[in-house]
Design a protein around this ligand. Structure first.
Ligand code: NAD
Ligand code: MG
Length: 402
């Protein structure tokens, strides 16, 4: 990355991580925005383009005409691309140095892979693409010389606490690491009586006590599937066995994760719960730049608490840990079923407790491929989605719990 002004494509710029990335860029104008992308929100994407003047904007096809109308009535030189090919173009363009992968879910897979296969610095927020592809994403990055910098706050914390590495994807210098501990806030239902969980609403599930995030990851936090996905993410990113990963509930979300060493030392990374911290770290690594986040003042924080998660309250966490143990295509299927079930919950089609039932049923019906190719991964993702939707249509869960 020899250019003085580093060029960045922000995939999913209208989302929560996307907005935080733009806020860090406001603090550090040396980064130049090359492309901004969104799904359907043409108006917000256009407002962002007016401010950052990127070369390209990308939208899903249906939202293209609305953006074009705004564009022709402006002086902006931004070019509009549409659909997945547009995302791939701005993730792989030779003028781009850094790609922030902040699209939610499997919709971010192909553009994340494009950044990884074109030698970019890949700021990986889109955990689902790593969960789906596992070692393959890392292999693609290794082959092209791309750097993967974890943006998920826990993995970013672990990365910060590991011995300094030449590149994020070479983890063989982890000498002396015994295990890592992922912290989890426990989400909005940590203390809700279990018998009330079936009737919680999407709005309640999205009201996270510590983090303001998109709706899908908010529901994942409420079920703790988010920690299940992060468990898998940690195994892949840092070449760990599931026995080397622990989860602790830490409701204050100040300690973002920890690394235990053989000599008994434990290194933890702390910060106020704000995604601008890991984003700034990923952008500037191995240097540090300002994130705009207020300094942490431990004297005013509530006492920091840690406890073990209750897997009977959070079956999605158990399902994530089980899939991490199986590896192969198990995490792909888990992720696809979860995405469909969460969407159905957000649409009011199923209850909160039916999310793990659907995932478990789909997992039991699709055998695990031990070493799937990308083509098999894409195919199993489609199969798992189809099966999940069939189960929802058949009202499987209501039948099962009746
Ligand atoms: P969000 O819902 O707020 O934003 C998602 C972005 O992706 C939006 O810009 C949206 O327009 C775009 N998008 C959605 N569907 C798309 C599609 N089909 N095609 C193209 N673009 C599409 O989500 P978020 O909370 O910012 O999370 C983004 C990713 O980062 C997720 O993978 C999440 O797990 C991860 N992450 C988020 C946080 C957080 O604090 N929000 C923390 C850690 C990791
Ligand atoms: Mg996280």
């Amino acid at each position: 990355m020899a250019r003085s002004n580093l060029q960045i494509s922000i995939l999913g710029s209208t989302g929560s991580v996307g907005a935080s990335t733009l806020a860090v860029i406001d603090e550090n104008p040396a980064y130049k925005v090359f492309a901004l992308t969104a799904h359907r929100n043409a108006k917000l994407l256009f407002e962002q383009c007016e401010k950052y003047k990127p070369e390209f904007a990308v939208l899903s096809e249906a939202a293209g005409p609305e953006f074009t109308t705004l564009l022709v009535n402006s002086n902006l030189n931004t070019k509009l691309l549409v659909g997945e090919s547009g995302l791939i173009e701005v993730a792989s363009n030779p003028n781009v140095d850094i790609v922030m992968a902040a699209i939610v879910g499997a919709a971010g897979l192909e553009s994340t892979l494009a950044a990884a296969s074109n030698g970019k610095r890949l700021l990986l927020a889109n955990k689902e693409s790593l969960v789906m592809t596992g070692d393959l994403l890392k292999q693609v990055a290794r082959d092209s010389g791309a750097e993967i910098l974890p943006i998920d706050s826990e993995h970013n914390a672990i990365f910060q606490c590991l011995p300094q590495m030449k590149s994020s994807v070479h983890t063989d210098t982890r000498a002396g690491v015994e295990k890592v501990v992922l912290t989890a806030s426990g989400g909005p239902f940590l203390d809700t009586p279990i018998e009330q969980l079936q009737s919680v609403t999407p709005e309640q599930a999205c009201l996270h006590p510590k983090w303001s995030m998109g709706r899908k990851i908010s529901v994942d936090s409420a079920t703790m599937m988010n920690k299940g996905l992060e468990f898998i993410e940690a195994c892949y990113l840092f070449d760990l066995e599931p026995s080397q990963v622990d989860v602790l509930i830490h409701p204050q979300s100040i300690v973002h994760s920890m690394v235990h060493y053989k000599d008994g030392s434990v290194l933890a990374q702390m910060a106020n719960p704000d995604m601008r911290v890991p984003i700034a770290y990923g952008l500037a690594w191995p240097k540090r730049v300002s994130s705009g986040v207020a300094p942490l003042d431990l004297t005013v924080e509530e006492p920091l608490q840690f406890s073990k998660p209750d897997l009977s309250r959070f079956p999605c966490l158990r399902l994530g840990i089980e899939a991490a143990g199986e590896r192969g295509s198990a995490p792909t299927v888990l992720n696809a079923a979860n995405e469909v079930a969460v969407e159905a919950f957000l649409e009011g089609e199923i209850g909160f407790l039916e999310i793990p039932l659907i995932i478990e049923s789909v997992r039991s019906q699709i055998p695990c491929e031990p070493a799937p190719s990308l083509a098999i991964i894409r195919d199993l993702d489609r199969q798992a989605r189809r099966l999940s939707k069939e189960l929802i249509l058949k009202d499987f869960c209501r039948g099962a719990s009746a």
